[in-house]
Design a protein around this ligand. Structure first.
Ligand SMILES: [Zn+2]
Length: 149
């Protein structure tokens, strides 16, 4: 059981899993509006009828806009990490450049007690679950050490 696991995003096409992971959005080639997650059919700008979009790597950093504690295990398709449910924190983060708010879990070991509104965070990926040959990763927000809140 020592096979090397492939790494793959748990949600295909939402984010990269390289050394500097980033969320993947769409940018409209007509008006320049960027949105996340990607949609291939409509521009994120309701006043624009553009239909050509290109993939955009979103800001890897942002500031905590709001956060909450998920005290109860979410219903399927949520996949528990362990037998006993461990509460985890969710953060809504305003991206540095796009100024859009993206919800995500926070990094393993970080609780709501470690978070405050306005705190700088960056995007990381952590394992969500593992199959026989693949480790599936999910994006999370991690407080930037030493950065002033
Ligand atoms: Zn547009």
């Amino acid at each position: 059981m020592s096979a090397i696991l492939k790494r793959a995003p748990a949600i295909e096409g939402w984010f990269t899993i390289d050394d500097e992971p980033a969320l993947l959005g769409n940018r409209c080639t007509t008006c320049g509006t960027v949105w996340f997650p990607k949609s291939s059919f409509f521009c994120g700008n309701p006043a624009c009828d553009g239909s050509e979009f290109e993939e955009a790597r979103l800001s890897r950093r942002g500031k905590v806009w709001s956060f909450t504690d998920a005290q109860y295990q979410p219903p399927p398709p949520y996949i528990p990490r362990s037998e006993t449910y461990e509460p985890f924190a969710l953060a809504a983060v305003e991206l540095a450049d796009e100024q859009m708010v993206v919800l995500g879990q926070v990094a393993e070991g970080v609780t709501v007690n470690d978070l405050e509104v306005g705190q700088p965070v960056e995007l990381i990926v952590e394992p969500l679950y593992t199959t026989d040959d693949t480790e599936y990763l999910v994006y999370k927000w991690k407080p930037i050490d030493g950065a002033p809140a």
